[in-house]
Design a protein around this ligand. Sequence first.
Ligand SMILES: CC(C)(COP(=O)(O)OP(=O)(O)OC[C@H]1O[C@@H](n2cnc3c(N)ncnc32)[C@H](O)[C@@H]1OP(=O)(O)O)[C@@H](O)C(=O)NCCC(=O)NCCS
Length: 152
Amino acid sequence: MRIRFYDGDRESLRHLFREADHSDEAIDGYMPKGEVLVADDGAEMVGQLLLIPTGEAGVEEVKSLAVLEPRRGTGVGRALVEHAAERARGRGASRLLVSTAAADTDNLRFYQRTGFRMLRVDRDVFGPDQGYDGIVIDGIPLRDQVWLDREL
Ligand SMILES: CC(C)(COP(=O)(O)OP(=O)(O)OC[C@H]1O[C@@H](n2cnc3c(N)ncnc32)[C@H](O)[C@@H]1OP(=O)(O)O)[C@@H](O)C(=O)NCCC(=O)NCCS
């Protein structure tokens, strides 16, 4: 498995973007931005990470990250985050941002295990108007968004 910069057609990675976001509308908005890293095992792409600029100097955002289910828990997500951190650092960035659903306690563990710390919570970001309707994760309604950051 190798992490590499991806310059192919991003539509062909939509199934991976969908693993991280239930809203195609939201995906359409950010998928063309920034740069994509993929985890490539030779036969297929088993993970992707989308890294975008934030508008704030020295700060980049991990906007989307997913690993195919059978390959989860084997270090692919961590490898993608470390490569993203290296690329951002190489451009002179000093901080990485990421957001996830407060309902997704698994993701909150993953990001804290990969060096991120809690920054703030934005309430009611995920609702029917944003393309997220009636979604429940581990018994918790999808509603609020948690921001985390990592110094580079
Ligand atoms: C989140 C995700 C990218 C993690 O990728 P991964 O390859 O499974 O993670 P890794 O194997 O690199 O794990 C790194 C650390 O996070 C922990 N972790 C990973 N998935 C976890 C989970 N579901 N619950 C708790 N901890 C988890 C691992 O245990 C490991 O910690 P350790 O060092 O204590 O062993 C992957 O689960 C995924 O694609 N999920 C669906 C899409 C998604 O939710 N994306 C994020 C949207 S914000």
